[in-house]
Ligand binder design. Structure first.
Ligand code: HEM
Length: 247
């Protein structure tokens, strides 16, 4: 009972910090002036072209592919694996489970190998490549450790020591629906409790960490600007104000 209430509180607090922290950061990103026209060329000359370019960047990690093949392979494996794993996790939070989520279940299970394998490759680079080891800060290692910990504890449940998914789902649906009167006991399996504690930690640190590159990529001027400086004069709002004599 104590564990259930404790985890309920942990997840409410973590969710509030995650959502509010992310909102604050996104507003801050959106308000940061981009005074110069600096798209990395060759760049699209239309808005639609920018959307396609951004799509390639987000789905394929195009510029990373151009700059470093090893980081690209491991980085893409990790992110794509995590994407499938998270899509598979939707079944714990939805009732009835959507058809496409049911269909991808087996892929999501095995995608965990890509996810953790990619993370281990990225981590090995920080340890084995002298130049990269030198510039790696403790938080770089901490993020990798956190994600590997989440991956390995999850995989242990999927492939070795199963937990009570039905009770887990009832617990989370209760939290989402604010149905505190009938809160289902959370299974007290050490692996599940570890998995969930690490996930809550990730949610809390996310808005203050390098993981913010996820929303941040959309605000990158070198990627989101249209290459049209001759057709339209680029003027940051503060520069326009100065020009019109305002302060
Ligand atoms: C509140 C959120 C979460 C809950 C309730 C949860 C719960 C679970 C459970 C019960 C399993 C075992 C699945 C089974 O036996 O079939 C699992 C597996 C796994 N979890 Fe999570 N998890 C959460 C968040 C996350 C996050 C954010 C990540 C990644 C960053 C993650 C990564 C994994 C991985 C890699 C596996 C193994 C592969 C799989 O079965 O999908 N989990 N999780």
């Amino acid at each position: 009972m104590i564990v259930t209430v404790l985890y309920a509180l942990i997840f409410y607090v973590a969710t509030v910090l995650f959502v509010a922290g992310l909102a604050v950061k996104i507003v801050q990103f959106a308000r940061t002036p981009a005074p110069l026209k600096i798209p990395t060329t060759p760049a699209p000359t239309t808005r639609a072209g920018v959307v396609v370019r951004m799509g390639r960047e987000v789905v394929l990690f195009e510029s990373l592919f151009r700059s470093n093949k090893w980081i690209w392979i491991f980085g893409w494996l990790f992110h794509f694996g995590m994407f499938l794993v998270l899509a598979r996790h939707l079944r714990y939070f939805t009732e009835p489970v959507w058809t496409w989520v049911a269909l991808i279940q087996p892929f999501g299970m095995y995608a965990s190998f890509a996810m953790v394998g990619g993370l281990i490759g990225l981590w090995a680079r920080r340890v084995l490549v002298d130049r990269v080891r030198y510039i790696s800060a403790p938080s770089d290692h901490l993020m990798l450790a956190l994600l590997v910990g989440i991956g390995l504890s999850g995989m242990s449940m999927t492939f070795l020591y199963h937990t009570d998914i039905v009770a887990l789902k009832a617990f989370f649906l209760g939290l989402i629906r604010f149905d505190w009167g009938n809160l289902t006991y959370l299974p007290a399996d050490p692996l599940l409790l570890l998995h969930l504690l690490l996930v809550a930690t990730l949610m809390v640190v996310f808005p203050f960490s390098k993981l913010l590159h996820a929303p941040g990529v959309f605000f990158s001027p070198t990627r989101n600007q249209v290459d049209n400086p001759r057709e339209r004069r680029h003027l940051a709002p503060w520069a326009a104000q100065l020009e019109s004599g305002g302060r």
